[in-house]
Ligand binder design. Structure first.
Ligand code: SF4
Ligand code: SF4
Length: 81
């Protein structure tokens, strides 16, 4: 089963280095077309449904601008009958 993930990018911390976009195995990150307050084009997550929450983008980000959330599988719990 492929787990689903999602990320949140703090656009105001982002310096637009594009490292996160370059390492994403699912091409789920692109650069925005509008500048942030510092004058950079920040990274933008594309909710394509392909993000697995692998966290490669967050690990490589030099500005700690990415938070990653990953779906956890539900476990079957035995119940008394
Ligand atoms: S968590 Fe992984 S799959 Fe999701 S956007 Fe980041 S690098 Fe891509
Ligand atoms: S790696 Fe970090 S600073 Fe660089 S573009 Fe991505 S979010 Fe922005």
């Amino acid at each position: 089963m492929t787990l689903k993930g999602r990320i949140v990018i703090d656009a105001e911390r982002c310096k637009g280095c594009e490292l996160c976009a370059s390492v994403c195995p699912h091409h789920a990150i692109h650069m925005a077309e509008t500048f942030n307050a510092k004058g950079y084009l920040p990274a933008r997550w594309t909710d394509s449904g392909d993000c697995t929450g692998c966290a490669a983008c967050a690990v490589i980000c030099p500005d700690a601008a990415i938070r990653v959330y990953r779906e956890t599988p539900l476990r079957a719990v035995p119940v008394a009958v």
